[in-house]
Design a protein around this ligand. Structure first.
Ligand SMILES: Nc1ncnc2c1ncn2[C@@H]1O[C@H](COP(=O)(O)OP(=O)(O)O)[C@@H](O)[C@H]1O
Ligand SMILES: [Mg+2]
Length: 238
């Protein structure tokens, strides 16, 4: 469960998020909506503890990430996996090695366990057959899917996608949305997706947080956003 209360974040005196509050129950999927520059990425970076707030609280699974002991905060943050816009894969490593890397770094699993986990995660993005290939043999869309598999090996409670389909051609975008939707519908992990276009990701959302110029203009169930009376919300959805 993520609980954000009156979060205010600024840089050099300029406020970019103001009084943001929302709650994300376990296994629920959240879409963060807003136009470019509205503060969506800053919000995500705040959840990860990268951007520090001027005021307000962030509670992850009962841990106040700005007040609790380092060890607890570290453990809480470990529940997040982030899928970056450009899946930075290591060119000289195989797909298997790329996805397995975080597990080797943790050093808690046997080789057999790692292989099983990697196979499982590659299967989630339909790419088990690529495990002995190198990144250059894969299309851009496939490399993105490998980025998703690599995030899944952490067994995260939350997986975050920041504008997962922006800049992609329509067919690749559809493919990526398909795999994100699959993961979201399994409800083993909370999917948090940032977008500026709700139509692309409506099927993934249980809850929507709409941010405009750093302020929350809607937070609630996806089904309720269409009836919202705020002209700003309706004009954004139109
Ligand atoms: N590290 C930073 N230092 C100063 N300003 C920043 C920083 N990161 C983001 N901003 C500003 O915060 C605002 C929101 O940015 P961002 O969250 O990236 O928007 P978006 O909704 O497009 O993801 C922008 O005006 C941006 O310039
Ligand atoms: Mg952004």
């Amino acid at each position: 469960m993520i609980k954000v209360d009156k979060l205010t974040v600024g840089f050099y005196g300029k406020i970019v998020l103001k009084d943001i509050s929302f709650e994300l129950p376990d296994k629920q999927n959240l879409v963060i909506l807003g136009k470019s520059g509205s503060g969506k990425t800053v919000l995500i970076k705040s959840l990860l503890g990268i951007n520090l707030p001027e005021s307000g609280t962030i509670i992850l699974d009962g841990v106040d990430i700005h007040k609790a002991d380092d060890e607890l905060v570290h453990a809480a943050k470990a529940h997040f996996a982030m899928v970056f816009q450009n899946a930075a894969l290591l060119d000289s490593f195989t797909i298997y090695q790329n996805v397995a890397l975080p597990l080797y770094e943790r050093g808690q699993m046997s080789e057999a366990e790692i292989e099983e986990k990697v196979d499982f995660c590659l299967d989630k993005v339909g790419l088990k057959h690529t495990k002995n290939m190198v990144p250059s043999e894969l299309s851009g869309g496939m490399r993105k899917r490998i980025g998703i598999a690599r995030a899944l090996v952490y067994d995260p409670a939350y997986i975050i996608f920041d504008e997962p389909i922006s800049g992609l051609d329509p067919i690749t975008a559809k493919e990526i949305v398909y795999y994100i939707a699959q993961i979201a519908s399994e409800r083993k992990v909370s999917v948090i997706t940032i977008t500026h276009d709700i139509r692309d990701l409506e099927q993934i959302a249980d809850l929507v947080l709409f941010i405009h110029e750093g302020e929350s203009r809607f937070f609630g169930k996806i089904g309720d956003i269409w009836q919202n009376q705020d002209p700003l919300v309706s004009s954004f959805l139109a």
